[in-house]
Design a protein around this ligand. Structure first.
Ligand SMILES: Cc1ncc(C[n+]2csc(CCOP(=O)(O)OP(=O)(O)O)c2C)c(N)n1
Ligand SMILES: [Mg+2]
Length: 354
């Protein structure tokens, strides 16, 4: 995809795929016969749809960053570098009936679940014609199967367990999925939710999204032991996936969702990835000081979008096809953002209007 020096992490600006990274990407996808079998069922349109979703997720964040730079917003929470965790998981669900509870890094899930992009952008401007009517920047829409989060980390875990319980009690073949940040795992709510989900055997998928950091605290300083062990600790089924490999996340989540539908209880999908920016746009420099630059360089080589492009090219998809998709998605994102700004201009903000 086109790179944006003013907005991309420096490691992404002159990005090219290292042969060993493509090799690793392909090896991961072939390592497990069950996953490889599922992936072989994906057609060209499915693969290109995932590409469009990855692009939309990245470009949505770039649009927000542009708004911050130009003074439209004071700050924005972005998911740069973590797009595959969101896109792979949502793509693996049955979006006509399943439900997701996204966190701040998972904003890409909203459009994927069917929420219109212009409404999402209006949400960041807190406009009355946005999903929450301007009341809250946390967005969701039950009609699209998106539970609106609250700010308190970890709370989506018991809520998702409860939604999954309702699905089972009604005899519906539906799955509820949420993402749990490494920091969010440290909350009581997360613990209670996982215990409850396991005890009741509900059809819930918990994507444990380890991006190595919680706000300004590295993973190594906010807990001991490995989060990889959590599934067995809670008596849940556990799967690992490469968080920068969208198809691996897809395959693991599809297996997890299938198990849920078969009544085999909740699954933790554990993924490792890396936050390529700050907690939000305000602390990007501090985030750079938090970690050794070598870590940014190492994860920078693993840009989930660049890797997927290299995989698609290797699978015979032409550069013209990919750039055509990019032009469409880029136009869609720009138009949606402009539409939201227009809406902002039209809205009467005088005190008398309240
Ligand atoms: C219960 C609670 N404690 C603290 C906060 C402040 N807070 C917001 S996000 C965050 C870090 C979240 O880290 P993680 O779960 O790893 O998600 P990430 O930001 O890395 O995606 C913190 C401490 C909060 N929102 N809720
Ligand atoms: Mg984190």
């Amino acid at each position: 995809m086109r790179r944006y020096p003013a907005y991309d992490p420096p490691e992404y600006v002159d990005w090219s795929c290292r042969p060993e990274e493509l090799e690793r990407y392909r090896a991961t996808l072939g390592a497990d016969p069950e996953r490889a079998g599922l992936l072989s069922q994906l057609g060209r349109d499915d693969l290109l749809g995932v590409y469009a979703d990855l692009l939309r997720t990245r470009l949505h964040d770039i649009a927000l960053k542009r708004w911050v730079r130009t003074g439209v917003l004071s700050k924005a929470w972005l998911g740069t570098g973590e797009e595959a965790v969101t896109v792979g998981a949502v793509a693996a669900l049955d979006r006509s009936r399943d439900v997701v509870a996204p966190m701040i890094r998972n904003a890409g899930a909203l459009a994927m679940m069917g929420m219109p992009l212009d409404e999402i952008f209006r949400g960041y401007l807190a406009l009355p014609d946005s999903p929450s009517g301007g009341r809250d920047l946390h967005m969701g829409a039950l009609t699209s199967g998106v539970l609106q989060p609250i700010s308190h980390m970890g709370t989506s875990v018991p809520v998702t367990a409860g939604v999954a319980l309702a699905f089972r009690q009604r005899g519906e073949s539906r799955v509820a999925l949420t993402w749990v940040g490494d920091g969010a795992t440290r909350t009581a709510a997360c613990h209670e939710g996982l215990v409850t989900a396991g005890a009741l055997g509900v059809p819930a998928v918990f994507v444990l999204q380890n991006n190595q950091v919680a706000l300004g605290t590295p993973l190594t300083e906010h807990g001991a032991g490995s989060l990889r062990a959590w599934a067995s600790a809670y008596g849940l089924e556990g799967l690992d996936a490469d968080g920068n490999n969208v198809l691996d996340v897809w395959a693991a989540t599809r297996i997890a969702a299938d198990r849920c539908r078969e009544g085999r209880g909740p699954v933790i999908v554990y993924v490792e990835t890396f936050r390529m920016g700050g907690h939000a746009t305000h602390d990007e420099r501090e985030a750079r000081d938090t970690f050794d630059p070598a870590l940014f360089r190492a994860w920078g080589h693993r840009d989930p979008i660049g890797l997927y492009e290299a995989f698609l090219a290797d699978a015979g998809i032409s550069a013209e096809v990919l750039s055509g998709i990019e032009a469409n998605v880029s136009g869609e994102v720009d138009m949606s953002a402009e539409d939201a700004i227009r809406s902002f201009g039209e809205f009467d903000r005088s005190p008398e209007s309240n």
